[in-house]
Design a protein around this ligand. Structure first.
Ligand code: GDP
Length: 428
């Protein structure tokens, strides 16, 4: 079983961190393939809660090597802070365990400033980005003006390249946005220090992956965000700037499709999204508020309240297709206890026309013209937190899971009934 891909099947925050942690026992390498510190993964295990932004969620398992892949964009200040925090908790985050691909791109403070300036200029068309510089860093990557992590091998030279890039960004900030430039020498010195600190962690990421695969080791590819936030296949323009779908693992880490044995789509038992953009099953009523509170639906990275709504199987069917899902991990089933009936969207409708295929490609403006078609399923009142076997779930909860499997056409192999590692039902 060489490569397993864990991908978000909705708009992110599905609980990928806990799924990766749960599977890490069986793998040798956990590799993040896209995104930056706009993502936040939460792992609750062994009596502690880890909030990770860049370090892969396998880090709690001492036998696992963690790789921040070439498809990721890295804010070195955040990475250093995260490594320090984990080290203070007694987690081994030395260079032999946590590795940074030389092809990953570096986020500069001016990328962050540009992100904020662009969001402000967009006004009511703002995308709701986290303003962490992710989009501008990927834009520089595509424009071939970005700085790769590999440059940190020579900290002095890296400092010079940082100074040049910051100066170029400063001109944009001043001339286009009327903002104060950032101090070039100070930033360069700061980044030079990060380079000294992170240099021992640098590796050729695709070489490491190839070596592992050749040796018959299992690698787990951890996605950030989710299918509907994918740059190409999400709800453009309300998307992230990287490839969040399963294909992004191949691009971001550098290996071929024949190595992929399993593709696990992680979905909540309901739907949430942060930021702007269409969300057809959104609940703006008391039920939505109840899900938000019961599910703790506030962003790991930003603390922003997440928009909540009914489970949308049109989305999951789309995710199954785009990612080639072999299975689904359904998290947060516990959160739905006490809600009756439970509505699930099975199709969309407009002017007598009906579709079961998520209409992604014509963009956000097109999507809002559709209305969801719901099926009502019975709810349950029992708490699920203590359940460990699928057959011990209340019959209505079993029926809910079975309905998802049947409609999406993909088996559910993991059910989350609470945030803790132990609160997992393995059902294949
Ligand atoms: P990720 O970015 O996909 O890893 O998701 P996040 O970590 O941002 O969000 C998932 C949140 O839900 C975290 O706070 C998890 O601890 C929590 N969580 C994950 N699975 C479950 C579950 O089955 N039940 C409950 N109640 N919480 C869960």
């Amino acid at each position: 079983m060489p490569a397993i891909i864990v991908v978000g099947a909705q708009w992110g925050d599905e609980g990928k961190g806990r799924v990766v942690d749960g599977l890490a026992r069986e793998v040798h390498l956990v590799a993040r393939y896209n995104g930056g510190d706009n993502a936040g993964h939460t792992v609750v295990a062994e009596g502690r809660t880890l909030r990770l932004h860049l370090v892969p969620s396998g880090v709690l398992h001492p036998h696992v090597t963690c790789l921040i892949g070439g498809g990721v964009v890295v804010n070195p200040a955040q990475l250093v802070a995260e490594l320090d925090e984990l080290a203070a908790m007694g987690v081994d985050v030395g260079p032999r365990r946590v590795k940074l691909a030389a092809a990953a791109h570096i986020i500069l403070p001016t990328h962050r400033a540009l992100d904020g300036a662009r969001e402000t200029v967009r006004g009511k068309r703002a995308l709701g980005t986290t303003r962490r510089g992710i989009g501008p860093t990927y834009a520089d990557k595509a424009a071939r003006t970005g700085l790769r992590a590999g440059l940190m091998q020579d900290p002095e030279e890296f400092g010079e390249r940082v100074a040049e890039a910051v100066a170029a960004h400063n001109r944009l900030l001043q001339e286009q946005y009327g903002l104060t430039p950032l101090p070039v020498d100070e930033v360069a010195a700061e980044y030079c220090a990060y380079a000294r600190r992170l240099e021992p962690h640098l590796v050729d990421g695709s070489a490491l992956v190839a070596e592992m695969l050749m040796a018959g080791r299992t690698i787990l590819c951890e996605g950030a965000q989710g299918t509907l936030l994918d740059l190409d296949h999400g709800t453009y323009p309300y998307v992230t700037s990287s490839s969040a779908i399963a294909g992004g693992a191949l691009v971001g880490l550098g290996f071929g499709p024949r190595e992929v044995a399993r593709v696990i789509g992680v979905a909540k038992a309901y739907t949430t999204r942060v930021g702007e953009g269409p969300f057809l099953t959104e609940l703006l009523d008391e039920v939505g508020g109840r899900i938000r509170e019961a599910g703790g639906e506030y962003g790991t990275t930003t603390g922003r309240p997440r928009r909540c709504g009914w489970l949308d199987l049109t989305i999951l069917r789309y995710a199954a297709e785009i990612n080639g899902l072999t299975e689904l991990a359904l998290t947060k089933l516990d959160v739905l206890a006490g809600i009756h009936p439970l509505r699930v969207a099975v199709a969309y409708e407009r002017d007598g026309e009906r579709t079961t295929r998520f209409p992604a490609q014509f963009g956000a403006e097109e999507l809002v013209r559709w209305r969801p078609v719901y099926v009502d399923l019975p709810g349950w009142t029992q708490a699920l937190e203590g359940v460990r076997r699928r057959e011990d779930l209340p019959p209505e909860a079993q029926a809910y899971v079975a309905y998802v499997e049947e409609t999406v056409g993909v088996p559910v192999s993991l059910i989350g009934v609470g945030p803790d590692r132990e609160q997992t039902i393995w059902s294949l």
